[in-house]
Write a protein that binds this ligand. Structure first.
Ligand SMILES: NC(=O)c1ccc[n+]([C@@H]2O[C@H](COP(=O)([O-])OP(=O)(O)OC[C@H]3O[C@@H](n4cnc5c(N)ncnc54)[C@H](O)[C@@H]3O)[C@@H](O)[C@H]2O)c1
Length: 261
């Protein structure tokens, strides 16, 4: 049997209280990582922690924090570092679909919520992660990778979406963030990649399906003719945070069954 790929690593996963985030927590923990879940949903985080502690021996923790607030982000990293040690993997997965609205009907408060969580939150988390990894350089010899960062973008960021212009803009912003950190590898030595899920079976998709008519017939638009699973997205994430992807940096990995590829 192959040895676990992430033994001794500490991974922060935002939005790990459910859906895709929970699947990622399980997948990384199975490979030996200690997981720090950062989310606003305490009950959901407790359920994820229970799943992890039932199945895997490594130590995990959950921190209740709103990633759109810099104080929360700074505090979350302090807590994670003191409980689990230096974090070398960050998965910016937390997000919100916002309120489905057409351009022309947008409300400023709705715009702010989506941009603050999906884009500003990921930027704040990335900034703190990079700052902390840059400041502990003992033992470095060459240009080896010090850390891995994965941003959960979306196919909606690549192709746009009706009733979801702000969401799409936030996800396109994550692609820019990903490309930029990938370019900054000589300074940070952090590989940064993005995942672009298509339609994935989570509570977010259920909520959207109730309000946006096109989602009811989405499988007809997907070459593989089915919705994806959170576990399938987690597989891509595992690849991006292990040495299996050691020369992959700045990539946009589509997990969408061929939709709009
Ligand atoms: N489900 C899909 O079809 C799909 C498709 C493309 C992209 N995505 C993206 O995947 C990610 C996960 O989505 P999901 O489908 O699992 O949805 P989800 O609603 O189940 O999970 C989102 C998580 O983010 C957390 N969160 C929200 N605001 C937060 C904040 N301010 N601070 C900390 N945590 C916060 C929520 O509590 C929740 O646990 C999101 O970024 C989403 O945009 C999902």
């Amino acid at each position: 049997m192959d040895p676990p790929k992430l033994l001794g690593k500490v991974a922060v996963v935002t939005g790990g209280a459910g859906g895709i985030g929970r699947a990622i927590c399980k997948k990384l923990a199975k490979e030996g990582a200690s997981i720090a879940i950062v989310d606003i949903d305490k009950e959901g985080m407790d359920r994820t922690l229970e799943d992890l502690s039932t199945a895997y021996d490594n130590v995990h923790c959950a921190v209740e924090a709103d990633i759109s607030r810099s104080e929360d982000v700074e505090n979350a990293f302090k807590i994670v570092t003191s409980r689990l040690g230096t974090c070398t993997i960050l998965v910016n997965n937390a997000g919100t679909e916002g309120v489905p609205e057409l351009l022309g009907d947008l409300e400023e408060t709705h715009i702010d919520i989506v941009l603050n969580i999906n884009l500003k939150g990921a930027i704040l988390m990335s900034n703190e992660f990079v700052k902390r990894l840059k400041s502990c350089r003992q033992g470095d010899t060459g240009n080896e990778t010090r850390g891995c960062l994965v941003n959960m973008s979306s196919m909606a960021g690549k192709i746009g979406s009706t009733h979801g212009s702000v969401y799409s803009a936030s996800k396109a912003g994550l692609m820019g963030l990903t490309k930029s950190l990938a370019l900054e590898f000589p300074y940070s030595r952090i590989r940064c990649n993005a995942i672009l899920p298509g339609a994935i079976d989570t509570s977010m998709l259920t909520r959207l399906g109730q309000t946006i008519p096109i989602l009811k017939s989405i499988t007809g638009l997907i070459p593989q003719q089915r919705i994806g699973t959170a576990d399938e997205v987690a597989n891509a994430c595992l690849y991006l945070v292990t040495d299996s992807s050691s020369y992959v940096n700045g990539a946009m990995i589509e997990v969408a069954g061929g939709y709009a590829s």
